[in-house]
Design a protein around this ligand. Structure first.
Ligand code: THU
Length: 140
């Protein structure tokens, strides 16, 4: 997401994904677009459940879909929350999961639309991150 145009087109894919959210309980649709290092994009949406605690956020849906298809290297993530009138940031659980697969300087953009989006990084959203040494990439 070096250039504004890439940033904006990634956000557009997140916004498009939000239309596919399964959010019959909150009526709050969220779409995430994850930019892979090879330039391709994997999207995710929030998937709610009538047992409310089982809800999966859009960010985690995207990351789990990408990892499930063999991708672990991510360059950026955009999160669109079209039902809000202000930028809604990733929840605490999602910040933890973002930090599992993304370095601190990985760009994150979130907002109800691109004009009001906040541009930040994983490290700003999730400071004092630790325990990376526990991952054994060779055996993962
Ligand atoms: N939600 C997300 O999917 N991502 C966020 O960043 C914020 C919250 C979802 C969870 C739930 O389905 C709905 O939005 C309301 O919290």
């Amino acid at each position: 997401m070096e250039k504004a145009i890439e940033d904006e087109s990634l956000f557009a894919l997140a916004l498009e994904a939000a239309a596919r959210a399964y959010a019959p309980y909150s009526r709050f649709r969220v779409g995430a677009a994850l930019l892979l290092e090879d330039g391709s994009v994997v999207t995710g949406v929030n998937v709610e459940n009538r047992s409310f605690g089982l809800t999966n956020c859009a960010e985690r849906s995207a990351i789990y879909a990408a990892v499930s298809s063999g991708n672990r290297k991510f360059a950026a993530i955009a999160v669109a929350t079209p039902d809000a009138d202000y930028p809604v940031s990733p929840c605490g659980a999602c910040r933890q999961v973002l930090s599992e697969f993304m370095s601190a300087d990985t760009p994150v953009v979130f907002g109800p639309d691109y004009a009001r989006a906040v541009h930040t990084t994983v490290g700003i959203l999730y400071p004092y991150d630790a325990l990376h040494e526990l991952a054994d990439d060779d055996n993962a």
